[in-house]
Ligand binder design. Structure first.
Ligand code: AMP
Length: 956
């Protein structure tokens, strides 16, 4: 009864330590030596019966009556407790003649103790907490119940007693309730905090640390404060939902399908932007749709854009001795505004075309044009020039050029043959070339060419029909001095004829002429959508004469580019190497060159970054290779031989020679400047920062450059990531063409038993064994470059010695797939490393395959299995002496990850056995966040695990 009457509903955050009515008889009467006057009295209040502890000795002096509770256990963190008393005090005036001695207050005391002392009572051990005075006094007739709460602070021992001292009042104690307050367990700002006991006056705000809810993270430890009143205030260090998750009612939920969130933030998931693929729930990024790309500087969360279509309406006019090319912007900019144009020039004599080289001057420039016009000067008389205008945008480099814009609606018009002409004529052969419109097709076009002798007896006409994949052909074994009729028609994809056909008559020449010019027309490997124009410019007088005729014959060709079979000429075949330099390179006056800063050390001297400012031309950033003083004539020739070689090349993915200084004491080679330097170093510095398709895009560029070199019959011999340079749009270009470089320049070069110096880990076995250097051995090296790129600049074969590498290769071991390497890419590497060089793919095959992979990003999704059985040896499978690692720090040091020693130690990972148990998630959890580092550590652990099986052979 008493309980039901007086017990208040418990407040949520109030924890009772003690709650007793007197009737429960646990408040003890304490005998203090004299007569103790507290007694248990039954009373009736509002019709209910209840018990009180009462004392009422108002007429006697010097009262000192004590009543003490049982031992109250304390929760360790509850240093502050509340004592709530309900009591009645009688009015002294209601006692006749007792007013001198009668009191109307009593005292509350407490005593701390680590143990229950039973009935032992020592007054001296009690400290006074408060004097308890009633708010309302009870008179004779009317009972008034008071409720008073007092705080007992700074409790520190296991428990305590409360005691009530009467000093001569008339009191009835109805109930005593003892409690403390807590801040309840809560989730605030995505962090959960445990129930916390409110602090006392010495710690009014208690700081509490929390943990982020599932799938939320925070940079700072989330914290909050618990007030003395049991309220949470001031949360600090917010948790935010991880990428791919958003906050929904104190939880982090996966982004719905078709939406994404790239970063840990308080933001909601947003719908995938334009031209991206919608993934399943939990997407952190929406990858580009097939045929759409993001430029390196585009935000990874932004829309994707397509390639620009070709520039339109290219027109050439001449004025004041110059040729002016103008065109209109592409119809389709792919959704981008950063369209620029570049001009490529080819000089054709008969069927033979060559790059126009450095002679030609473009105003304002030949590349990076934002205007749709350029003026060209310094053209020679009586020559055919072919100008190609390419539209580029920020995404051009990613598509590695020439990948026709996928996902564009296929052209519905069948291709149309628009012009046919003879490019080369002899007495027995005719080389034909025809144009086709539109230039861009979803699929390669094939052509049907039919020809016959014109005046054949029509009854017995013999037709020859050829199906061709290119818009050109050379027909041999014809009869001299004879007219032939040629008809060409484009075939649609199912092989049926489509579009219009064209018929022309051409004659072979009468006399036997020497026909020694081999011409092939290759598929364009150049960049972006392109358009080109062939112009015959006739200068009546040479140079400075201003009397000239305009373009006689202007026409557009198909998207396929005329590709001459140009063979590389070894400068050593020239008796005087200086002649070779002058033939292939433009002489620059040293006053036009400004050196700015040393950027590297070449074999012959320093390499500088600088500026080339030729009068009348825009200044360009260049790299300047110098020849150190004290050179011999032989060294000078070797130095300049690189320019003689480089000057013969003209390709987007081959480092471009600007010119040379040979006529002054300090010889120099000036090339285009590649902002990001050597590829191996660049990748190491950006470990883990590129997606597979970006890496494959780089490889595609390198392969295109190598295809160009192999088409010219040039064998590089030292293809390695360190010899690839990267510019600021991440274009990769093959460099390092010195004739002596393989012998002397490359720090990787090692003398072999055959005497030559060879970069062993990049070189094909047949080239090491008997110096058989071919494009097929370059393909092997390309496979190693692929591995270097996919492994972000990791050293091939790690710390194995050259001898170990050669032995392993001969035993059919091959490098294992780099971490996260797409399976298709690794398969291509293995093909490049086939022992039988005739079975290795050719660079043309490699370019097509990489193009195919880039066109369908899904093809890069399957990751090569990490199969330790195929590996030669994994990195850091043991200490340098071959014995297992003795400590975690020794192991971390060996993989250059010492910076994480403390993370491992703090997480309690102190033995290599523990390391071997770690999963990727564990590595992340101990604080290794950078993907590249995570990879390196995980990869090494995999290697450690498989130490025993690394010697099994992988059949190639
Ligand atoms: P090399 O003698 O060609 O190996 O050049 C030595 C170093 O100079 C290279 O590793 C590059 O770091 C730097 N270098 C050479 N050519 C260029 C260039 N065209 N642009 C930027 N850096 C270059």
């Amino acid at each position: 009864n008493y309980y039901s009457k007086f017990k208040r509903p418990l407040i949520k955050n109030v924890h009772q330590l003690f709650n007793r009515g007197v009737g429960s008889a646990v408040v003890h009467q304490v005998y203090t030596g004299g007569a103790n006057k507290w007694e248990v009295i039954q009373r009736t209040l509002n019709g209910s019966q209840f018990y009180t502890f009462s004392v009422c000795n108002v007429g006697e002096r010097e009262q000192d009556n004590w009543l003490r509770t049982t031992f109250i256990q304390r929760r360790p963190s509850a240093s502050r407790v509340f004592v709530e008393l309900q009591f009645i005090v009688r009015d002294c005036n209601s006692f006749d003649g007792a007013s001198l001695t009668c009191k109307e207050t009593f005292n509350l005391f407490t005593s701390e103790s680590d143990a229950d002392v039973g009935t032992t009572f020592r007054k001296g051990q009690f400290k006074k907490v408060a004097t308890i005075a009633p708010d309302e006094i009870t008179s004779k007739n009317e009972l008034r119940i008071n409720t008073e709460t007092k705080v007992v602070e700074n409790l520190s021992r296991k428990g305590f007693y409360l005691a009530f001292q009467d000093i001569g009042a008339c009191i009835a104690l109805l109930s005593v309730r003892v409690y403390y307050k807590t801040c309840p367990a809560t989730v605030k700002s995505l962090a959960s905090f445990p129930e916390t006991v409110a602090g006392g006056e010495n710690q009014a705000l208690r700081e509490v640390s929390g943990v982020c809810v599932e799938n939320a993270i925070s940079e700072e430890l989330p914290r909050i404060y618990c007030t003395v009143d049991g309220e949470w205030v001031v949360p600090v260090g917010q948790c935010q939902c991880k990428p791919g998750y958003e906050e929904v009612e104190d939880e982090c939920q996966e982004c719905k399908a078709g939406s994404f969130k790239a970063e840990a933030s308080g933001d909601k998931c947003t719908p995938c932007p334009a031209n991206t693929q919608e993934l399943d729930s939990g997407a952190v990024v929406c990858p580009c749709m097939d045929g759409f790309y993001r430029a390196p500087n585009d935000p990874p969360t932004g829309p994707c854009s397509g390639l620009p279509s070709a520039p339109r309406d290219l027109v050439a006019t001449t004025s004041a001795g110059k040729l002016l090319l103008t065109w209109s912007p592409p119809e389709d900019t792919g959704g981008r505004t950063d369209i620029t144009y570049s001009i490529e020039c080819q000089r054709c004599e008969g069927m033979v075309c060559q790059s126009c080289g450095e002679k030609i001057r473009y105003e304002p420039a030949g590349v990076g044009l934002t205007d749709t016009k350029v003026s060209v000067s310094e053209l020679d008389a009586h020559l055919n020039y072919t100008f190609t205008v390419e539209a580029h945008s920020g995404v051009t480099v990613l598509t590695s050029q020439a990948v026709p814009p996928a996902n564009r609606p296929p052209s519905t018009n069948p291709p149309k043959i628009t012009a046919m002409r003879v490019m080369e004529r002899s007495s027995t052969s005719l080389s034909l070339f025809w144009d086709v419109k539109p230039r861009v097709h979803p699929r390669p076009i094939r052509y049907e060419l039919t020809y016959r002798k014109k005046d054949d007896n029509l009854d017995v006409t013999t037709y020859t029909v050829l199906i061709l994949e290119k818009n050109s052909v050379q027909i041999k074994d014809l009869v001299p001095g004879t007219a032939y009729l040629f008809r060409v028609q484009a075939l649609s994809s199912d092989g049926s004829p489509g579009g219009s056909s064209m018929e022309e008559q051409f004659e072979t020449s009468e006399h036997l002429t020497q026909n020694n010019t081999a011409v092939i027309f290759g598929v364009a490997a150049g960049g972006a959508a392109m358009l080109f124009i062939v112009i015959v410019v006739l200068f009546l007088r040479r140079r400075n004469s201003h009397t000239r005729q305009g373009p006689e014959d202007t026409y557009f060709s198909s998207s396929e580019q005329l590709k001459p079979l140009k063979t590389y000429v070894d400068p050593h075949t020239y008796e005087d190497p200086n002649t070779a330099v002058l033939k292939f390179a433009t002489e620059i006056h040293p006053s036009h060159i400004t050196k700015q800063k040393v950027i590297g050390a070449g074999e012959f001297g320093e390499v500088y970054r600088g500026i080339l400012k030729v009068p009348g031309r825009k200044e360009v950033a260049v790299a300047i290779k110098t020849l150190k003083p004290g050179y011999t004539e032989k060294q000078r020739q070797d130095f300049l031989s690189e320019a003689s070689i480089m000057g013969q090349f003209s390709h987007q993915n081959i480092i471009r020679l600007e010119g040379v200084v040979t006529k002054f004491k300090h010889a120099m080679i000036v090339t285009e400047y590649m902002e990001n330097g050597a590829l191996d170093r660049y990748l190491r510095d950006h470990d883990g920062e590129f997606a597979s398709f970006q890496l494959v895009g780089m490889l595609r560029g390198i392969a295109a450059g190598m295809k160009y070199l192999s088409d010219m019959s040039y064998v590089h011999r030292d293809l390695a990531a360190r010899n690839i340079l990267v510019n600021n749009t991440l274009e990769c270009k093959v460099s390092d063409f010195g004739l002596s470089r393989v012998l002397e320049d490359d720090p990787e070069g090692t003398y072999t038993t055959s005497g030559g110096k060879i970069p062993i880990r990049w070189t094909a076995p047949e080239a090491i064994a008997y110096r058989k250097f071919t494009s097929a051995s370059d393909v092997w090296s390309f496979g190693i470059v692929m591995w270097e790129v996919m492994a972000f600049g990791e050293r091939p074969y790690w710390d194995m010695s050259n001898h170990e590498v050669m032995k392993a290769i001969n035993e059919a071991f091959r490098l294992p797939a780099p971490m996260d390497c797409p399976s298709a890419v690794y398969q291509l590497m293995l093909q490049c490393w086939l022992q039988d060089r005739s079975k290795r793919p050719r660079f043309g095959d490699i370019v097509s395959l990489l193009d195919k992979l880039l066109r369908s990003p899904d093809s890069l999704k399957t990751i090569a299995d990490f199969d330790p059985r195929i590996s030669i040896r994994l990195p850091s499978t043991s200490g340098s002496d071959g014995s297992p690692f003795r400590s975690v720090s020794e192991w971390l040091e060996s993989i250059k990850m010492s910076q994480y020693s403390e993370n491992f130690a703090c997480a309690g990972v102190v033995t290599m056995d523990q390391v071997l148990q770690m999963k990727n998630e564990d590595i992340k959890n101990i604080g290794v966040r950078l993907p590249g580092h995570l990879k390196r550590i995980a990869y090494s652990i995999l290697g450690l695990k498989d130490q025993t099986s690394t010697l099994s052979v992988f059949a190639v």
